[in-house]
Design a protein around this ligand. Sequence first.
Ligand code: FUB
Ligand code: ZN
Length: 804
Amino acid sequence: MKKKHFCGLLVALFAFTYPVSAMQDYPIQPVSFTDVTIIGEFWADRIETNRSVTIPTSFQKCEESGRMDNFERAARVLKGDESLTDRQVRGLSFDDTDPYKVLEGASFGLSVKSEPEMDKYLDDLIALIASAQEADGYLYTARTINPEQPHEWAGSKRWQNVKRLSHELYNMGHLYEAAAAHYLATGKKTLLNIAIKNANLLCNTFGPGKNLDAPGHQIIEMGLVKLYRVTGEKKYLDLAKFFLDTRGPGDGEYSQAHKKVVDQDEAVGHAVRATYMYSGMADVAAITGNTSYLNAIDKIWENIVNKKMYVTGGIGATGSGEAFGRNYELPNMTAYCETCAAIGHVYLNQRLFLLHGQAKYIDVMERILYNGLISGVSLDGQTFFYPNPLESIGQHSRSPWFGCACCPGNIARFIASVPGYMYAIREDNLYLNLFAAGNATVTVNGNKVEIVQETDYPWKGNIKLTIKPETGTVPFNFHVRIPGWARNECVPGDLYSFLHECSECPEVKLNGRIVPDNLIDGYISITRSWKNGDTVELELPMPVRRVVANRKVEADQGMVAVQRGPIMYCAEWPDNPDGHVRNLILSDEQELVAQWREDFIAHRNMMLISGEADAANKDEAGEVVKTKQQLLLIPYYAWAHRGRGEMAVWLAYRDEAVRPLPGPTIASKSKLSASAGKGSLKVIVDQADPKNSSDQSMGIYHWWPDNNCTKWIMMEFEKPATVSGTEVYWFDDRPHGGCRVPVSWRLLYRDGDTWRQVKDGNGYGVERNIYNQTAFEAVATDALKIELQLSERFSGGILEWRVD
Ligand code: FUB
Ligand code: ZN
């Protein structure tokens, strides 16, 4: 296997240790990414691509999209520059966070690799940020540019909307995170001083006896803890705790303000806000010993992992509110699984591991990392996913940037720090959590030890570790994680399981001799005085596994997903005959084989899975016909690199789950067009019957958020036909969504160049949960058109359209 080198540790001038020594913190401490060098192709490629492509292009996007200009205009306003004519606040109230996040990622990069040009770029950017900070520390361009007419979410006065959408504190959370990273990377206090000035303002503004409002979007809590760690100023920690304690009850699930944080036991509301809050609770609990926070986040973790997590590790089932769904509500095509939420989910699991020392958190973290998180950025580092769905009919594609660009910057900062998730230390205990070729320098009980890791993980399950104490022998307990997937445990809990037991067992050898299988908390522990050249070898069998979901997950019933090692697979259109994959049936008997492929998607090497499947198609009579064909599966993270088309993580293996291709009907063979809306029009003629009007599982075509207007959908037949009836299944996602059945509609047919209404049309129903039938006088035509009137307050959409 080809190896690319990631140059680590060239400039480890400032190690990532907290300067304030006697501070209580997580009982287990991660080994800083500055002390871990990855050379293994999988992550080295990601990290290098992030450094050399994602970070510079994200900065460029921030420049092109006016995000830097916002700081510049705010600065000119503060200087009283009368020549500034454009004082209109545009974009989103949290656009400042995008440069902050990329700055954080770039700082992480500077911690391991000297880049004078980037260093200078950051200096200039920091000077720009400083110039936009108000005299008392307030920093929020969405108001400073035009305090009389700030951003519509900002509120007319400072903090007025802080509980809702102003994001004044969210912006600062990201600033503090960037400031800590920049300071630790470069030793410069330029950004840190900006953060401190702002944090002091917050300490004077918020707290008991002052403003009691909770932040509408969390992250300030984590940011304040980082600021506390680098400065030792306890008031920042106290403010973080205050922001947690002042939240709720009675302020809604969206921002987790429905209950006091310590009373929460279910993951609800906006998934990014939620995971940032739970992570902030873990941080404060680690430092203060607050057990009520711990009890709450332990229960919430159980809820996520047992009831609300996708098999890719993604979270957030619904786009409405970018939120967690109900327990077991995990639709695939409409899965939200925001990239930022995957990152927040990693933060939470890492923190729970640092508190509890159990590998089950790393099992979840690994699942997120290799699947639903890195799917958020293309292999060339240039395009991104915001939601990461598990199924597509071609409506999804990556984008180089977004109006709401929270995800690219988050990726940029996260990927740079990945080596920091591999090892951890607690006194004389060294934990090995993630596998990647490279080396790490750890300090166990005051002794420096180098660990060299040789492996082709995640493609091969053999890992060789060579231990090299700097001097003499060093006693410590080496805890080597045995991933759940290698122990027949797909996930901790019962949300997903392997369809079949694997009889091959993992094996650990110390200096060539098998170590007894004394698994504790997911680790095999070896206690000894380690001497130079000691080796630990790990053999993790990696057969292809079939995964099934808990019976309560309706969306996955009768379906199977494929996993090998930590990687989840999917079927994508370019690799399978006719470009259809949602109609495939992967029977239980079918053998699946791992197949190494070099220079494949985006010129990357990867393990594929091949076999055979049945393709299910309906014939003219509507009967399902099955045909054998080749099946090729690719790692889920690598999908959507070759244009739009079908993709599915879950494939049917039982009859009830089969989704045949539509039979040849007038509708299915027609060309469809409509007034501009969202979704794919193909779904409305796919002959998949919706369960009800809010069933989005098969896709919808909708016009949200448009309302109070007329829309149309047109069906142009392959050849003229005589038609006399039609059936329409309307989309309606009441009570929470924004779509309802239309107020009225009519059917037109094409007569030469003219559209005429069908004669004696009766029906025109606008009922929910049924096919609304309309019969009319038979007419020979080559096209039909529905014209519908959306209601005054709501938008609308369509699930299925049949023609008789
Ligand atoms: O509100 C700020 C960010 O924008 C959230 O974290 C994302 O979910 C997106 O809504
Ligand atoms: Zn995001």
